[in-house]
Design a protein around this ligand. Structure first.
Ligand SMILES: *Cc1c(COP(=O)(O)O)cnc(C)c1O
Length: 402
């Protein structure tokens, strides 16, 4: 953490930022003013190749004409109406998500405005599984990330994020990411198990082999909801529409946000089968949730991902990127993790922040979620040119910090 009172800044926008913005995050890396495709520009006209995409949000890159056109037309037509009214855009987006996720006819969709809100809706869903109070426990994983509001923070398995805000929402237990730990913890008094198919904030870390299959079997056996946090892994990011589709299981619900509307704020909870009936009229709501502006953006993004074959591109470019990174053969690179275009690079030394800073100085945006991990999550539209440029700058940056 940067101490704003003692750290000297060298750029005027940063002083202004610090004096105006609440100090909830560390100092931003740059003041960005424009984006196009896979690039963003700062106020001094410096260009950056964006291999973070607003943390897996800008699925179509920046200022994509399909998204610009859909949002421009919708805001000029009808931007917001409240939940007292329905709109075609909202119902169309719900239908798309049901189709793409396989939830189908029995699926239902709740719209909100962010990932943490999708998790809050899922938390309420969990509480309704066991409405007589017979299922007071909820299981989540250590080192997981589910969001920052109090319910989502209670599910997040990261004590340093939680400790400043105790007491948390009761009933949540954080277990090891092993099948044995799940077997030991699960029972008829558990309402739900929350899982990220790949832990993004932890540095793009996969669950152990066979874990999701075992989790599905155990949750079904004990009447426990299997709720997947696909906020970061969903919407084509991992090379399938949703990561769970690579594991041959069907969850009870998935929480979505980030890539859904390519940068326009939106979140969604999609339920499967019987879980679709748990939340009833009056149980939950959101003033902005699923408004026609955000829904039109979502329809444009999902439609473009489908028609341009970007899920397949994510799978193919992801393979290429991982082999390019592994092929560098640099002693600092200990392992390459992830699926599709959600990639983690495990470093042999705790220099991730310095490496991300070196890359940034050379015009490449990558992310250091912890001292030994680099995360990259480029727009799903990347092609050969972006791959070559990434590879060149990344190699130079590794030399900078060696
Ligand atoms: C980003 C993220 C969240 C929180 O989403 P917000 O939109 O920031 O509230 C929750 N879970 C996962 C896995 C995420 O990546």
């Amino acid at each position: 953490m940067t101490d704003a009172a003692t750290t000297e800044s060298t750029v005027p926008w940063l002083d202004h930022y610090r004096s105006t913005m609440m100090g909830t995050v560390t100092d931003p890396m740059a003041l960005l003013v424009r984006g196009e495709g896979c690039y963003v520009w700062d106020g001094d006209g410096r260009r950056f190749l964006d291999f973070l995409a607003g943390i897996a949000v800008n699925a179509l890159g920046h200022a994509h004409p399909v998204l610009v056109d859909a949002v421009s037309r919708q805001i000029a037509t009808l931007a917001h109406v409240s939940n007292y009214f329905a709109t075609p855009q909202q119902v169309e987006l719900a239908d798309r998500l049901r189709r793409l996720s396989g939830a189908g006819e029995d699926g239902r969709v709740f719209f909100c405005n962010s990932g943490t809100e999708a998790i809050e809706a899922a938390f309420k869903l969990a509480r309704r599984n066991g409405r007589d109070g017979a299922r007071p426990r909820i299981l989540s994983l250590q080192h997981s990330f589910h969001g920052r509001t109090m319910g989502a923070l209670s599910l997040t398995g990261q004590p340093p994020l939680q400790e400043p805000f105790v007491p948390l929402v009761p009933g949540v237990e954080h277990i090891d990411s092993t099948i044995e730990a799940l077997e030991a913890a699960i029972g008829p008094d558990v309402a739900a198990l929350f899982l990220e198919p790949i832990k993004g904030e932890a540095g793009v870390v996969e669950l152990p082999e066979g874990y999701l299959t075992a989790a599905r079997e155990l949750t079904t056996k004990h009447g426990v909801l299997l709720i997947l946090d696909e906020i970061q892994t969903g919407i084509g990011r991992t090379g399938t529409w949703f990561a769970f589709q690579q594991f041959g299981i069907v969850p009870d619900a998935i929480a979505l946000a980030k890539g859904v509307a390519g940068g326009v704020p939106i979140g969604a909870l999609v339920t499967f089968g019987a879980a679709s009936g748990l939340l009833q009229a009056g149980h939950h709501g959101s003033t902005f949730g699923g408004n026609p502006l955000a829904a039109a953006a979502g329809n444009a993004v999902l439609g473009e991902i489908e028609s341009a074959g970007l899920v397949e591109n994510a799978a193919r470019r992801g393979e290429q990127l991982r082999s390019v990174i592994a092929g560098i053969g640099h002693p600092l690179i200990a392992e390459v993790r992830g699926r599709g275009l959600l990639i983690g690079i495990g470093l042999a030394q705790p220099i991730a922040k310095a490496l991300a800073a070196a890359a940034f100085a050379r015009g490449l945006i990558i992310n250091a979620p912890n001292p030994t991990s680099i995360r990259i999550a480029p727009p799903l539209i990347i092609g050969d040119g972006e791959l070559v440029e990434f590879s060149r700058i990344f190699i130079e940056s590794l030399e900078d910090v060696s």
